[in-house]
Structure formats: C-alpha cells, structure tokens
Design a protein around this ligand. Structure first.
Ligand code: 0O2
Length: 267
C-alpha cells in the first residue's frame, strides 16, 4: 500500500485517539473539580504503527484489505487507575455512554493470560466525523491499575528483545513479578479508603483555595483596598493554620460578602 493511502486510512483512527483521550480526561477533570475522587488516574493513547500492523496481519494471517475489520486495536486508549476497584467503575462509565458502542469485553484480570498479563479490555465502535463523512471504527480501550501497567510496560519491552522466544528463566521471573503486582494491588485496596480520604481533602482544599482567590480577585473591583487587605490577611492566617473547617467557614463568609457587593452593584 502506498504511504499516502496508509495516511488516509489511519487519519480517522488518529482523530479517534485524540477525541477519546480528550473525553476521558474530561471525565477525570469533572470528578476533580467537584472535589471527588476520580477512578481515572491517567489517560494515554496511541495509533498502532504501520510495522506493528503489518506484523500482526502476518501473524494472524489476514490480508491488508481486511485490516479494518480484523484489527480492533489500530486506535488504542489506555486508562490507568489507582485501584482494582476503580476498573469496574470505569467499565460502567464506558457501558453507559451513548457515543461508544461496545463490541466486546475481555477480562484478563479475573482470567489473566499465561504470560501473567492483567488488564481489562473493551473493544468499542466509535464514530468520527471526517471530511469525507462519518466513519465508525473500532478502538481498543485497555483499563488497568498502575501496578498492572508497570508490569505490562516492562514485559512488552522484553517481547521486542525476545520475539516468541523468551528464555524460561526470564518468563519465570516475569510470572513471579506478575504475582507480586497482584499482592501490591490487594494491599493497596485494603487501605484504599484511607488513601482516597487523604486525596479528597487535598482536592477539597485546592478547590477552596482556588474559589477564595477568585473571589478576592473579583472583590478588587468592588470593595475598598483596606477591606481587601484585611480579607487577604485573614485568608493567609487560616491557610497557614491548615484547618480545613476554618477554610470552609471562611469560603462561605467570603461568598456572602461577595454576594453583598454583587447585589449592591446591581442596585
Ligand atoms: P501493541 O504493541 O500494544 O499494539 P494478540 O493475539 O495477543 O497479539 P489480540 O488477540 O488482538 O492480540 O488481543 P489481546 O490478546 O487482547 O491483545 C491486545 C493487546 O493487549 C496487545 O496488543 C497488547 O497491547 C496487550 N497484551 C495482550 N497480551 C499481552 C501480554 O502478555 N503482555 C503485554 N505486555 N501486553 C499484552 P499488541 O498488538 O500485542 O501490541
């Protein structure tokens, strides 16, 4: 196939990767701006390289004109979660979406692969709008924890070094390492509540500080300088005291003050 044709064929897949990364990052951001824990920690995506497509077509024995039907991971998204429990939440989010139609789900967590690989895969149909019209294409979403991702990344790089001929001692080490990631995920799950609480109070504090600073900035146009300096000093005092309840109280008070100035300026 000519290079130009490859580009035409792969362009919509590149667009799908870009759009899906944006959408999943937006979900993550929406949780965080509500001060809630996000089951999505990180989103990555990639377009399968031409050499990897050729290699898979040869390995699976299909012609290049069947590629779009037979190859479901030309567009690939990877969603990384902190905890195993988050994976089911992300799966539910995807199942509930109207812009992603599920073709297939593969649960390599409950039934991990011979290699030790663990991850949850969802193949979706996703529609992109291109210059030549709408096109529905397949995309693979891999959902896994940070620990699963660590293992898969290292193991994947070794597959390049030993294509189909991994030495037995390396395979054994990798299977041991895979078991260690299962224990790591389990241990982290036991203290999940504790970790989420800590992350949530950090988020709540960050959102409060952002709102308070916005409010103070807006007051500069309405209140007198002496009053603003007083408010600012009070804010710094509470911020340094690291008392979240005080910060919440101050945030509410500042809202009332700002509201007062807003209605004054309307009158
Ligand atoms: P790349 O470079 O990520 O694109 P297969 O026959 O196993 O190659 P299949 O049947 O299409 O692939 O589906 P499967 O088994 O669900 O695998 C799809 C993708 O999952 C793989 O894509 C890998 O990214 C990942 N994967 C599956 N098994 C393993 C494994 O044992 N180790 C690692 N590290 N990753 C795995 P590609 O095309 O192999 O690679």
């Amino acid at each position: 196939m000519e290079i130009k044709l490859w580009r035409e064929l792969l362009d919509p897949y590149a667009q799908a990767v870009d759009e899906l990364i944006l959408k999943f990052n937006h979900i993550k951001q929406s949780y965080r701006s509500r001060g809630e824990y996000s089951p999505i920690e990180q989103v990555d995506g990639r377009l399968k390289t031409i050499s990897s497509i050729l290699e898979k077509a040869q390995r699976k024995g299909f012609e290049l004109d069947e590629m779009e039907e037979k190859l479901d991971d030309i567009a690939g998204i990877r969603i990384i979660c902190q905890f195993v429990e988050d994976i089911d939440k992300v799966v539910d989010i995807i199942r509930a979406r109207t812009d992603m139609r599920i073709k297939e789900e593969k649960d390599y967590i409950r039934e991990n692969k011979e290699s030790g690989y663990r991850s949850y895969h969802i193949i979706i149909y996703y529609k992109v709008e291109t210059l030549s019209g709408a096109k529905e294409l397949q995309c693979e979403i891999q959902i896994r924890t940070l620990a699963m991702n660590f293992w898969a990344t290292i193991e994947h790089s070794l597959q390049y070094k030993y294509p189909q001929n991994m030495p037995e001692n390396v395979s054994v080490r990798l299977r041991n390492a895979a078991e260690a990631t299962v224990s790591l995920d389990e241990e982290m799950s036991y203290i999940r509540g504790e970790i989420i609480d800590a992350q949530n109070s950090f988020l709540i504090k960050a959102n409060l500080v952002r709102d308070i600073l916005n409010n103070i900035q807006n007051l500069y146009q309405k209140a007198n300088t002496r009053e603003i300096i007083k408010i600012q000093d009070e804010f710094f005092r509470i911020y340094r005291s690291d008392d979240l309840d005080e910060l919440i109280r101050f945030h509410k008070e500042l809202d009332i003050i700002s509201e007062g100035y807003r209605s004054q300026s309307l009158n």
